[in-house]
Design a protein around this ligand. Structure first.
Ligand code: 4AD
Ligand code: MG
Length: 477
């Protein structure tokens, strides 16, 4: 007899038939009721054991966390909480779990405690639900782009260029750290290194994606990116996944339209396909909120919040308009912001972004036309000579979720920008080539995948929406 997943059993409902299920014990009550889960759904299946028919030694092995294969008949359940249950006729213990040492017991564990047990935390309902939603979002992203004429492009992970110019890169080297080959001036001689030059883990696949957009038209990356920024926040990871579409012949307006449509579409996908997990996560959040002071509680339950995003237009305004709002807002005047906004040109901090989204507009916001000075070198300069065609999408509870721009396609302007920022032309000769041969208006953006998962699941810390988080001082597992 082939085994069925719990999801299949609950969908097919083959009452009266014999079934085989494999899974892990969530709870074992009264030496009689096993709640079994196999990850296929958040629902457990109740399996009823007649303890007189089995050995004590065998029953002793049925503890929370044990892996079992159960054979039995699916029957209608008379008990509360489930429609069907399995009347168990045979038990095979794949592997027991010692109740003295197995850390994931059927009680509430703190998220901090579970972070220390990242290899086991997915056995909790919360993490299993988050990871199923994460997987569904990834699928929805590939589906969206494929259906909209994009090609999936694999950007290199090891690169020689610093796309964002922020210098927050992890070095990749095979040189001996204790005794590296040196140049005459005492600096490290990277010509001796594996690649014959300095290389890093990529912070973004954008520059390479631009090369591909200039032939395939519309491409997107979806891969890991790395940033050695020492920000220990609930929104930053040192290794995170980014989705970066890049489109030839798109200006900034078309770019913003795409980004908004894309986000709405993938959120709609999880609303349609992850109902049970979202319902569970919504309840988890409501329980958690009850323990918080009133002012910190979010205004909408999770599912309503996701529907709100799908059904409403994002508010679009320029950086300059945003600065006016911020300069004149109460928290700024009362110096409640950590960084008070005085002048045009100030970089926006997450407190400002969240004020705009959560307090002022109460909806997602797209800010565009930022000062050139606070944005990357590749963004297209506006006629005013001081702003660039940048756009950031700001989300409630998250802050920046997307950063993108129309790219500078004019060779002379790009060269001037690079010179001003001391970016050597030799380093990006190939990027400049794209402006020499068949250059065209083009645009793209980057969506931080974990920030999207954070939003979609209502979790509060980015460390809890990626399986094995990498953050400063933490690369266990
Ligand atoms: O705004 P960023 O730095 O933009 C780029 O990298 C561009 N090259 C994208 C492009 O135009 N193709 O990063 C894009 C997004 C941010 O909006 C944020 O959601 C996410 O990536 N992000 C991070 N997520 C988690 N941890 C970090 N340390 C992140 N840094 C950026
Ligand atoms: Mg950004």
């Amino acid at each position: 007899m082939n085994s069925l997943s719990i999801k299949e059993i609950l969908a097919l409902n083959p009452v009266g038939q014999d079934v085989v299920v494999n899974g892990w014990v969530k709870t074992f009550r009264s030496n009689r009721f096993i709640a079994l889960n196999d990850g296929s759904t958040i629902q457990n299946i109740q399996c009823v054991v007649d303890f007189e028919s089995f050995d004590d030694a065998l029953l002793k092995q049925i503890n929370t966390g044990a892996a079992l294969k159960l054979t039995g008949t699916l029957v209608e359940s008379l008990g509360k909480g489930q429609n069907v249950e399995i009347q168990v006729s045979d038990i095979f213990v794949h592997g027991a779990a010692d109740p003295e040492t197995y850390p994931i017991q059927p009680k509430k564990h703190s998220l901090e405690f579970l972070r220390e047990k990242a290899h086991l935390r997915v056995r909790t309902n919360t993490f299993a639900a988050v990871m199923r939603v994460r997987s569904a979002l990834a699928f929805a992203i590939h589906q969206y782009f494929t259906q909209n004429g994009f090609y999936y492009f694999h950007a290199p992970i090891i690169t020689g260029s610093d796309a964002e110019g922020a210098g927050e890169m992890f070095k990749v080297t095979t040189l001996d750290g204790k005794n590296p080959p040196l140049n005459e001036d005492g600096s490290i001689d990277y010509k001796e290194d594996f690649f014959g030059k300095e290389t890093n883990l990529t912070v973004s696949g954008q520059l390479e994606a631009e090369a591909y957009a200039m032939a395939l038209g519309k491409v997107y990356t979806f891969g890991p990116t790395f940033r050695a920024e020492n920000s220990n926040t609930s929104r930053h990871l040192a290794e995170f996944w980014m989705i970066e579409p890049e489109m030839a012949f798109y200006d900034l307006d078309a770019n913003m339209d795409l980004a908004e449509d894309f986000i709405k579409n993938v959120i709609r996908y999880v609303l349609d396909n992850c109902q049970e997990d979202l319902a569970f996560l919504e309840k988890r959040l409501l329980d958690e909120e009850k323990t918080k002071p009133q002012i910190e509680r979010s205004e909408m339950p999770l599912i309503e919040k996701l529907k709100f995003i799908v059904e409403n237009n994002f508010k679009r305004l320029t950086y300059t308009e945003a600065i006016e709002i911020l300069r004149n807002c109460k928290p700024n005047k009362k110096k409640k912001f950590q960084y008070v906004i005085d002048d045009w040109g100030a970089d926006l901090q997450s407190e400002h972004e969240r004020y705009l989204v959560e307090k002022h507009f109460k909806c997602p916001v797209i800010l565009f036309d930022y000062p050139a000075k606070i944005k990357a070198f590749y963004m297209r300069l506006n006629e005013d000579g001081k702003t660039v065609r940048a756009m950031d999408i700001l989300f409630p509870g998250i802050g920046e979720i997307v950063g993108g721009s129309q790219r500078e396609e004019r060779l002379d302007v790009l060269k001037e920008k690079m010179a001003a920022l001391n970016i050597p032309e030799e380093e990006l000769w190939w990027y400049l080539d794209l402006r020499k041969f068949g250059t065209a208006v083009h645009s793209g953006f980057g969506l931080g995948f974990e920030r999207l998962v954070l939003f979609a699941t209502g979790m509060g810390n980015i460390r809890d929406v990626i399986p094995f988080p990498r953050t400063p001082q933490n690369a266990e597992f």
